[in-house]
Design a protein around this ligand. Structure first.
Ligand code: URA
Length: 435
């Protein structure tokens, strides 16, 4: 294989063969293909796209770049969900324990932050002792004993994606339907799932801002996953404002703890979490209707079973046994926490959500280079939702920063990201469609 010939063919818009793709991915995994060549391949794919056959070949080659798990002894439906990435999207942290409490086995293989979006793994690394990269034996034990385990691409699961993902993150090649499809599905297929629900984000904080592009991504994901034998559906959900009222790492974990304590009822985060939970439970055959599934999911939140599953998962993966009782004793706190005052009176009517994600990244909560360390303490909390009325100088969020100068910059960035107007933005459904 001559990598530059494969890159050249893709650059010139030719269709690659399955053999080309398999050879390139094999070289990428062994690091026989350089970082520059991987970046060029990603950029050529970004501009030229891929046929469905190429996407399937890329997904399967990436799945087969490492171990592929099987769960013959799970005794429960093995299910998962994956989000295409957003800002303040901490749904996985609550969803996995909720559906595990309702009878699913959830080996959730998550990723790090990508571009302006946060990553579930980075969030869990804010919990002292939590091992995001345990061995396969630990993953199996925790899924069996607790019902769910949220971890990274442990050992040798889809190592090709691990390398490609890190390079895409810093080369502006994330927003590509073929690359997103293969990235998400290679990990999910390697985890040995029976069913999968995808949360395809749509809006100015998502990789797909326009609904038709998000629908095309959802179609690509659903077709390739079902074609590979994993029963898959997708919900398109709104990402035109941060989903949770926090964005960052430790702050989103704290937010998830509040959710599991029942303190986030009636929010958009609540709506998305329970819609996905119902979809997962129906798809896995545990409930016949979405209403019955949602009622069961709400019950395990209300009676504390989901919070207990989360607590046991954290402990089983090395975190503190009493994390749920006193998260504030364990989660790192930024040295500077300041209010973000509204520049004028009015309704919060629009948000440049990507800029909110970039402001978190600038604070140190994301990476500019693959090797960068994350500052888990930083981000925003108490973000008011669009439609909220604020008076001039009233805080509409708090910034958590490493120092005063960084806080001031983030305050300006957040103020610029939100539009204040005399009118409310009106009804904006959070679940857009199902595919
Ligand atoms: N999530 C992933 O795992 N990969 C992508 O490319 C985008 C979101």
């Amino acid at each position: 294989m001559i990598p530059q010939e494969i890159i050249r063919r893709k650059r010139d818009g030719q269709e690659l063969t399955g053999a080309d793709i398999a050879a390139f991915i094999e070289g990428l995994t062994r690091e026989a293909v350089s970082e520059g060549q991987v970046a060029a391949f990603a950029m050529a794919t970004f501009f030229r796209g891929m046929s469905r056959d190429e996407v399937i070949a890329l997904t399967l080659a990436m799945r087969d770049s490492g171990d592929v798990l099987t769960w013959t002894d799970a005794g429960k439906p093995v299910a998962d969900k994956h989000s295409t990435g957003g800002v303040g999207d901490n749904v996985s942290l609550m969803l996995a324990p909720i559906v595990a409490a309702c009878g699913l086995a959830v080996p959730m293989i998550s990723g790090r932050g990508l571009g302006h979006t946060g990553g579930t793994l980075d969030k869990f690394q804010s919990i002292p002792g939590y091992d995001v990269m345990p061995g396969e034996d630990v993953l199996r034990r925790v899924v069996k004993e607790v019902g769910c385990a949220i971890i990274g691409q442990t050992g040798d699961l889809a190592p090709a994606d691990k390398r490609l993902y890190a390079i895409r993150d810093v080369t502006a090649t994330v927003e590509s339907i073929p690359l997103i499809t293969a990235s998400i599905l290679s990990k999910k297929l390697a985890a040995g799932l029976e069913t999968l629900v995808l949360d395809v984000k749509c809006g100015n904080g998502a990789f797909m801002a326009r609904q038709e592009d998000a629908e095309a991504l959802a179609r690509s994901l659903v077709e390739v996953a079902n074609g590979a034998g994993v029963r898959t559906a997708a919900l398109l959900t709104d990402m035109n404002e941060p989903l949770a009222d926090a964005a960052g790492n430790a702050v989103e974990v704290a937010n998830a703890v509040s959710f599991l304590r029942g303190e986030k009822a009636g929010t958009r985060l609540d709506a998305v979490t329970f819609a996905l939970a119902a979809e997962m439970l129906v798809q896995a055959g545990v409930f016949a209707t979405h209403d019955a599934a949602e009622a069961a999911a709400r019950k395990v939140l209300a009676n504390g079973t989901a919070a207990d599953v989360f607590a046991r998962m954290v402990h089983a993966l090395g975190g503190p046994a009493d994390f749920m009782e006193k998260p504030e004793a364990y989660l790192v706190r930024a040295p500077v926490i300041l209010p973000v005052p509204a520049r004028a009176s009015g309704f919060l009517s629009a948000c440049e959500t990507r800029d909110v994600g970039l402001a978190v990244l600038e604070l140190g909560g994301g990476r500019k280079r693959p090797q960068d360390a994350i500052d888990h303490r930083v981000g925003f909390t108490d973000l008011l939702p669009l439609g909220a009325r604020v008076e001039k100088a009233q805080p509409f969020a708090f910034v958590h920063a490493p120092d005063e100068a960084a806080a001031r910059k983030a305050i300006s960035a957040l103020q610029a990201a939100y539009t204040l107007s005399n009118d409310t933005p009106g009804d904006r459904p959070v679940i857009l469609t199902r595919m």
